[in-house]
Design a protein around this ligand. Structure first.
Ligand SMILES: Nc1ncnc2c1ncn2[C@@H]1O[C@H](COP(=O)(O)OP(=O)(O)OP(=O)(O)O)[C@@H](O)[C@H]1O
Ligand SMILES: [Mg+2]
Length: 160
């Protein structure tokens, strides 16, 4: 367990860049749980993460597909991108058999808060919140990162 890290993200490019920095340090077996309201920037962050990790895109907000596998283009782990928005609970998440791919992949679960924590003993939780006073998508965001377990000793590696 480490100190939570809070980061200001003035534009969507900053959200993407945080994802890219995270993607660059992720390795097989890592689980990232993304939290945040509708339109908070979870998919944008995952797009940057995919870039940093070097996996095949495109990363989209899944409409009917709940989990997508993005193979590595650089001989690294694949990205398993899950959107848990429509899932009814832990049992439905378990039906996806994510534990079979967890060890050799990087798993990112949007809307995973309260659902995905049991998948691994160690995980990184990243919460996106609207922060500025501007309207809608112009509003800046704040990211809060918290880790569970010893995998993330120092979240400051994710600072710009
Ligand atoms: N830091 C930021 N500042 C301003 N706008 C941002 C920021 N980060 C992301 N956005 C914008 O927010 C919008 C929604 O982003 P995105 O689709 O990634 O959110 P989401 O959390 O995945 O949404 P959903 O809940 O529908 O899955 C996009 O237009 C994106 O460019
Ligand atoms: Mg999304």
């Amino acid at each position: 367990m480490s100190e939570p890290l809070r980061l200001d993200l003035p534009t969507s490019e900053d959200t993407r860049a945080l994802g890219a920095r995270l993607g660059a340090v992720l390795r097989a077996g890592d689980l990232v749980v993304l939290t945040g309201d509708l339109g908070a920037g979870k998919t944008t962050l995952t797009q940057g993460l995919a870039e940093g990790l070097g996996v095949r895109g495109p990363i989209t907000s899944p409409t009917f597909v709940i989990a997508r596998v993005h193979p590595s283009l650089v001989g690294g782990p694949a990205l398993v991108h899950v959107d848990a928005y429509r899932l009814g609970g832990e049992a439905e998440l378990d039906d996806l058999d994510l534990d079979t791919s967890l060890e050799e992949s990087v798993t990112v679960v949007e809307w995973g808060h309260g659902l995905a924590e049991h998948l691994a003993e160690e995980l990184l939780e990243l919460e996106l919140q609207r922060s500025g006073t501007e309207d809608g998508d112009q509003q800046s965001r704040t990211a809060t990162l918290r880790s569970v377990g010893d995998r993330w000793e120092d979240l400051r590696v994710l600072l710009p």
